[in-house]
Design a binder for this molecule. Structure first.
Ligand code: A3P
Length: 294
């Protein structure tokens, strides 16, 4: 594994861990090879739920919804433990039912999950919105692997050097589309926002939890952006994991929570270039994802 740092002509600095041609966030614990092996061999339980999601697509939103549904409580649970970012021993010792998270592309998930053990759920989001979300988060934090302009970050994001998804969003989605066990549910950020209750019902069914309509409606209300944002502000982070890159150890997650916020950030040229690459990639990889993003 190499720690790669690229400084481009505009002095934008991009750092990531490279392993076998894949790009990883520098925050992945220790040596990438070892961590991937540990994750691959992770002991999955039948009642595990893994949120595997491309960064900034609504990890916290989905995690807290899943936990409310699984626990039958409306309590806010903050930031999930990530397979590549946290202590795996701590996750092994967690009592059942566990709800875990990861941003790893699907090929790197535990082997037992590939055989259908446990459940996996994800949210997809317009990549234009999530690159803007990622950039803003990095601006608010200490060194998370990029220092520079949005233009410079967008360039890396569109390439297979993108450390957010061990490669680009496009190939991350391709990996996801190749996942073929029935224990997998894919929801969309846009639809969860627009039709929250219907998605909560769908999720409850997938998770095989039994709640009355009143509770499901309460969950739908309690996972609205403003509610989660307020709860996050008052929550104590469960570990010190992110203390070195954030003021109080709390990740700056809840910014705007909007669909289409990219329009406030992209220039016309950036948008045209993005659309061109998007079209090429969708064709090249044969992606099935609904590409009608706002
Ligand atoms: P923005 O930066 O665009 O506001 P993650 O948890 O994967 O890091 O994703 C964070 C993004 O999800 C942030 O996007 C955050 O505001 C958004 N988000 C979190 N909860 C949300 C909710 N209830 N409704 C809409 N967006 C939400």
């Amino acid at each position: 594994m190499d720690l790669v740092t690229i400084v481009d002509e505009q002095n934008n600095k991009y750092t990531y861990k490279r392993y076998k041609g894949y790009a990883f966030n520098q925050e992945v614990v220790g040596n990438v090879r070892d961590r991937l092996e540990e994750v691959a061999n992770f002991n999955v339980r039948e009642d595990d739920v893994l949120i595997d999601i491309f960064p900034k697509s609504g990890t916290h939103w989905l995690y807290n919804t899943v936990l409310m549904l699984r626990s039958g409580s409306l309590k806010y649970n903050g930031t999930p433990a990530g397979l590549e970012f946290n202590d795996l021993k701590m996750m092994e010792d967690m009592s059942s039912p566990r709800t875990l998270a990861s941003h790893l592309r699907f090929r790197f998930l535990p082997e037992q999950m590939k055989l259908g053990k446990g459940k996996i759920v994800t949210l997809t989001r317009n990549p234009k919105d999530l690159v803007v979300s990622m950039y803003h988060m990095m601006q608010k934090m200490g060194d998370l692997g990029y220092q520079g302009t949005f233009e410079g970050f967008l360039k890396r994001f569109l390439s297979e050097e993108c450390f957010c998804g061990n490669g680009s969003w496009f190939s991350w989605i391709k990996d996801m589309e190749e996942w073929d066990t029935p224990n997998f549910l894919c929801l969309s950020y846009h639809d969860l926002k627009e039709n929250t209750f219907a998605n909560v019902v769908k999720l409850a069914k997938f998770l095989e939890v039994d709640h009355d309509e009143e509770f499901l409606r309460s969950v739908s209300e309690n996972i609205q952006f403003d509610k989660l944002k307020e709860s996050h502000k008052n929550a104590t982070p469960p570990t010190d994991r992110w203390k070195h890159v954030s003021e109080d150890g709390r990740l700056p997650i809840y910014r705007k929570g909007k669909v289409g916020d990219w329009k406030n950030m992209f220039t016309v040229a950036q948008n045209e270039n993005f659309d061109k690459i998007f079209k090429e990639k969708v064709e090249e990889l044969g992606l099935n994802i609904d590409t009608k993003f706002e």
